[in-house]
Design a protein around this ligand. Structure first.
Ligand code: A2P
Length: 216
């Protein structure tokens, strides 16, 4: 029997297909390998200390649970502000279950998080929530937070990945980032102080996904 009230998910987002998830993970492993090689190259000792405070960052301890996805709206089963308004949006209803190609434009890593930056198209931005406060406060372009969390350090929550990305995007906008450090075959690698790095890909990687809600 159908419920009279709609059920709201933990979050809405684009969920990567099995194949695309696999592809993105192997891209990330290449990125980590490049980082490791550069850290062993004496030229860049300063930026590549790969330390968080006094502790070396160990990417091996980064982990991610659940399906790889790009969150649009965090709903917390309806408790989050704006959750039901979002679920009622025409674009959300019309696109529920539809397949999308997402463009990955960069990979980034900090002592806390490892993520992929997603460049949303105009159509995809119709599914982006209007009430992203941090993004508004930093007056960043709509959809700046779009990302896929690939890993977080022990004790760190997934939500941190978007916060780390917004900080880096904000620094990029102000022209406040360390010079490009290295041109590797995959793209341009930039350093942002405090052990934060972004690899802007020469060629955007496309991943396949389905727009849906996550209910468990
Ligand atoms: P992200 O989108 O960076 O991966 P959790 O398991 O912690 O409840 O989170 C479920 C998903 O919702 C994760 O994908 C997480 O981060 C995202 N998320 C959690 N809290 C928020 C929030 N306050 N704003 C936006 N996204 C959130």
């Amino acid at each position: 029997e159908a419920l009279s009230q709609p059920l709201l998910p933990l979050y809405y987002g684009w969920f990567l297909t099995h194949e695309s998830g696999h592809h993105l993970k192997s891209l990330c492993n290449k990125f980590l390998k490049v980082m490791k090689e550069l850290s062993e190259d004496k030229k860049h000792v300063e930026e590549f200390s790969l330390k968080s405070g006094e502790k070396p960052i160990d990417f091996e301890t980064f982990h991610h649970e659940g399906p790889l996805h790009c969150t649009t709206k965090y709903c917390d089963y309806g408790s989050a502000e704006g959750a039901s308004e979002y679920s009622e949006k025409k674009a959300v209803k019309d696109n529920y279950g539809a397949a999308f190609k997402l463009a990955i434009e960069a990979l980034f890593i900090t002592p806390r998080t490892l993520g992929a930056r997603v460049k949303l198209t105009k159509d995809q931005l119709l599914l982006w929530p209007e009430d992203d406060e941090e993004q508004c406060n930093a007056s960043l372009p709509f959809g700046s937070r779009a990302h896929i969390t690939l890993g977080v350090a022990p004790g760190v929550q997934d939500v941190q990945t978007g916060i780390d990305l917004l900080e880096m995007v904000s620094m990029m906008q102000k022209g406040d980032k360390c010079e490009m450090v290295s041109e590797v075959s995959e793209g341009k690698l930039s350093y942002f102080r405090q052990d934060r790095w972004m690899l802007e890909l020469n060629k955007k990687e496309e991943v396949k996904s389905v727009f849906s809600g996550y209910y468990s």
